[in-house]
Ligand binder design. Structure first.
Ligand code: ADP
Length: 402
């Protein structure tokens, strides 16, 4: 018997999301989430065989730390006959947000790798510490099997220097590792490949613009399966308008807010990362709520929607120019997969770039990859559900079985 299960862990500062997959048929054996770790009101929701008949099980009550969270997850899995002590577990795949310039491939974690991931904390202070904790507790639980780090930045490592550099003093930039790294790479990799498959082509033969529109949002330009540009930069703050992040802005806004507004660096950081984007524009960061309010004539919600779409359209145009020839534009993640109104508005008026929708196809709700472009359009427009957990599991499994 070859071990074929992979546990995927996505550890946040107070949460752990997990999935257990069987890589022989890529099926999902279990999935779940532990949230509010370290609080009195922690909550674990465990779903055996997602998509099947079984009901999710919920567990409420304090879970002190990530170690306790993983033990609770292990107990839930054991109750389903899927204990983490099983010889069938081949690897644990960890989502790690920042890989810097050092990690451009999935990597088996040893002490040296863990130390390097730790050394990247200044580049991702909100994410890498939690990722490190997740790795430590999983290693303690199963020191005998490979723990694999899959980096959110890795897919973007192929960006040419002209796309990766900021036009600032090169020596200063290099000294402080200031460059564009990009994020959501696992999703951009998966969706660009799935889009090629939808077109019946090999990834090497298609140029795709991927629009990952979740709470965080990013665009990427993928030429023949290789990322050549992406909208997020040194951190996930750059680029598109997001749920609570501003995306692109004149860096002088920061000096102005500090000098004229008297805001501290930390206050500006919080403003731009947590109180901006859709939330800052209209008080809501959920696109469903914004669409509802805009439909009722709410002006702030309308402005938020229009600003969001305007930025999206600019990136579609920019990446059309970067790629030269575009074969497909793919929408993915919560907003991209579900908000037909966003897709319609983003593509509206882009016929000269070869983009036009079949509005009936666009309105269909489905969990499957699908084309929504008009028959006559030169560029395919697709909705392609992302699956970051499957991609992490596949990369980890490929590494440990090669
Ligand atoms: P995350 O970045 O947290 O993984 P998701 O990809 O799950 O986010 O996207 C979450 C966002 O998707 C929500 O904030 C919401 O705005 C949006 N969303 C989810 N369902 C719908 C829907 N039916 N219509 C419009 N937007 C939706």
């Amino acid at each position: 018997m070859t071990a074929s299960r992979v546990l995927v862990l996505n550890s946040g500062s107070s949460s752990v999301k997990y999935q257990l997959l069987d890589m022989t048929d890529r099926s999902r054996l279990a999935a779940g989430l532990v949230e509010r770790i370290g609080e009195e009101t922690s909550r674990l929701v465990h779903t055996p065989q997602p998509g099947g008949e079984a009901q999710p099980r919920e567990q409420l009550g304090p879970i002190a730390d990530h170690g306790a969270a993983l033990k609770a997850v292990a107990a839930e899995l054991a109750a389903d006959g899927l204990g983490l002590d099983s010889p069938e577990l081949a690897a644990v795949g960890h989502r790690v947000v920042h890989g810097g310039t050092r990690f451009t491939q999935p990597t088996v974690i040893d002490d040296e790798v863990l130390a390097e991931i730790r050394s990247l904390v200044p580049l991702a202070p909100l994410h890498n510490p939690a990722n490190v904790t997740g790795i430590e507790v999983a290693r303690a639980l199963r020191p005998d099997i490979p723990q694999v780090a899959v980096f959110d930045t890795a897919f973007h490592a192929t960006m040419p220097e002209s796309a990766a550099r900021y036009a600032i003093d090169a020596e200063t930039a290099d000294r402080y590792a200031v460059r564009r790294y990009g994020f959501h790479g696992t999703s951009h990799a998966y969706v660009s490949r799935a889009t090629a498959a939808l077109l019946g082509k090999a990834p090497e033969d298609v140029n795709v613009i991927v629009l990952h529109l979740g709470n965080g949002a990013s665009a990427s330009a993928v030429r023949g399966g290789v990322c050549v540009d992406t909208s997020m930069g040194l951190t996930p703050l750059e680029g598109l308008v997001m749920g609570t992040r501003s995306g692109d802005l004149d860096p002088a806004v920061i000096f102005h807010l500090a000098r004229v507004g008297g805001l501290s660096i930390d206050e500006i950081d919080t403003l731009l990362n947590k109180k901006s984007g859709l939330l800052g524009l209209c008080g809501d960061n959920d696109m469903r709520e914004i669409l509802r309010r805009a439909g009722e004539g709410d002006r702030a919600a309308r402005v938020a929607f229009d600003t969001y779409v305007h930025r999206l359209k600019k990136y579609i145009g920019a990446y059309s120019a970067v790629l030269g020839r575009v074969d497909a534009v793919a929408f993915t993640a919560g907003v991209g997969e579900n908000a037909a109104a966003v897709r319609e508005a983003a593509v509206d008026g882009l016929a000269e770039l070869g983009l036009a929708l079949d509005l009936e196809a666009n309105a269909v709700r489905s969990g499957e990859p699908r084309l929504i472009s008009a028959e006559y359009a030169r560029v395919a427009v697709a909705v392609v559900p992302t699956d970051e957990e499957l991609e992490i599991a596949a990369q980890a499994y490929a590494l440990v079985t090669q």
